[in-house]
Design a protein around this ligand. Sequence first.
Ligand SMILES: Nc1ncnc2c1ncn2[C@@H]1O[C@H](COP(=O)(O)OP(=O)(O)OP(=O)(O)O)[C@@H](O)[C@H]1O
Length: 646
Amino acid sequence: MDVVLRYGGVKRSADDPDPWVTKVRKGTVRRVLAYFRPHVGKVTLFVLVAVLEALIVVTTPLLLKELVDSGIAKNDLGVVILTASLAAGLAVLSAALALVSGYISGRIGEGVTYDLRVQALDHVRRLPIAFFTRTQTGVLVGRLHTELIMARQQFTGLLMAVTSLVVVVVVLIELFVLSWLVAVITLVLIPLFLVPWIHAGRVIQRRTGRLMDANAGLGGLLQERFNVQGAMLSKLFGRPSEEMAEYTDRARKIRGIGVSLAVYGRLAFVMMALVASLATAFVYGIGGGLVLAGAFQLGTLVAIATLLGRLFGPITQLSGMQELAQTIVVSFSRVFELLDLKPLIQERPGAVGLARNEAPDIEFDAVSFRYPTADEVSLASLEHLRAERERGEVTPDVLRDVSFHVPAGTLTALVGPSGAGKSTITHLVSRLYDPNAGSVRVGGHDLRDLTFDSLRETVGVVSQDAYLFHDTIRENLLYARPSATEDELIEACRGAQIWDLIDSLPLGLDTVTGDRGYRMSGGEKQRLAIARLLLKEPTIVVLDEATAHLDSESEAAVQRALKTALRSRTSLVIAHRLSTIREADQILVIDGGGVRERGTHDELLAGGGLYAELYHTQFVTPGSNGAEPNGTGPGLVHHLVREGER
Ligand SMILES: Nc1ncnc2c1ncn2[C@@H]1O[C@H](COP(=O)(O)OP(=O)(O)OP(=O)(O)O)[C@@H](O)[C@H]1O
């Protein structure tokens, strides 16, 4: 049977949209325990140390008993010194053992969390791009990082609770041996002591869950708004006062929960100390009477009082044990949820590599494609909006029966209206997605038969908005080929027409590009991306030309860089510039998910179809931006876009 738990163990209904609600599947506990298997040696050692610690806890009161009854009462200084020294020695040993058990529990907790984290990171890395397009980054990072840190902390608590269990059992046995009456009274007092503690504990647990929600909410918002693109959008379009009000509101909520948590935390400890003191006073009262009545000696009373002082701490730890265990199971099951997500795109066993020496051709054979639905690729709990999923989302066909051939070493330009499917075609070439019908072949091999490594080496992609890591130019370039020498880096930068700029910077290749490359201009970023591509030396280039207007100097530089990049490679270019379109060996006019026209610029013009019609209205009619002597400007494509939107 499936169990629905709120993070931290409070039950909620199954249809509760709270992101902290997690369905814990049957068998999860066994799966969690499996992670302890490699650490069995350490767990055994930990239990042994716990038993030793418990034995010290119960031995010290016996020494005190001897000190009082055989030393002080019988006026024997030797016994007093011996028992006091032994008690001091045990105290030192106990402190040392506490350190050892802290170390072992840390090693176990960290070890188990490490294993799970590495496994999860490796798995998420393999998930298809569709997963990342659906998932809210902040929530994913939270699950792989923050929640696991929390689980690790709970581990330490749980292992401490194991020590406490041993201590409580041993102390109770000794209490019975010393005085069954006091032991029975203690057993009666324990529930009295536990009720307020458990109540405060539940409130704390609930509010901690709410605090995590609130923190995650603010964290997600900040991640979205404070990255460069978010900050830019908010500066250009944002409503500062409303945004500030939202931050303040969320921060206020966190403050409110934080204060109440501090109060409840303190209250719990005050209550614990109070009940423990009351119980001790009570036991002293009864025990004192029993000593006077001659039922037992003073030393026994001292031993009992000392034992009691050591009983309540471990009991409080034990009371939280179940919730700690539940929290661990829930955090693990949230990671298991990710691990159970099967990557849609996988390398098949026996996949082959492509020969690297010459450029292969590309062939689309009756390809149909629709983007995967949320249910196929992601988890509802990682998506911010779940409306689509709840409505039983169906995704429409984006490509229908697309067939074309890009001969080796030639350039094919894709043009067409916005949303026609051009980018989707390029995604299929780099196998970001697999087609639903038909096949995409490179060098005669279906992409699904090739190894990922081989495909990555063969296909190089330059997107419109080139992504750069927040690192130096050098590191960004080396990402494509870590073994590249300084000379190779410079040569690639020269080929990409970016070397003069880099050379003029005070730090040269060691200049930091800024978050997502925001310190570079659009043209510079694209040229850096081209340099990265040149270093990688792919035999197929997939390029999405920038639509943004560059100044004529950058424009010319990008064009020259592209010439180098595309030379003797098989190229598929989403073309936005007339110069590229004119130079293409073949133009495919994509419309409504299919190839509407195909041919060279001259053939298509001569054919008098849509392309020709658009070319004439856009470039030849009086008053248009016309002849475009340098062949730049996205006029034709923009016109095609408008046509597609009509
Ligand atoms: N990740 C995605 N998930 C679902 N649908 C998508 C996704 N990406 C694109 N689409 C849809 O697929 C269709 C084709 O999009 P695509 O990006 O291929 O068009 P395009 O021709 O490249 O357009 P543009 O010139 O505006 O970039 C569009 O209707 C788009 O909304």
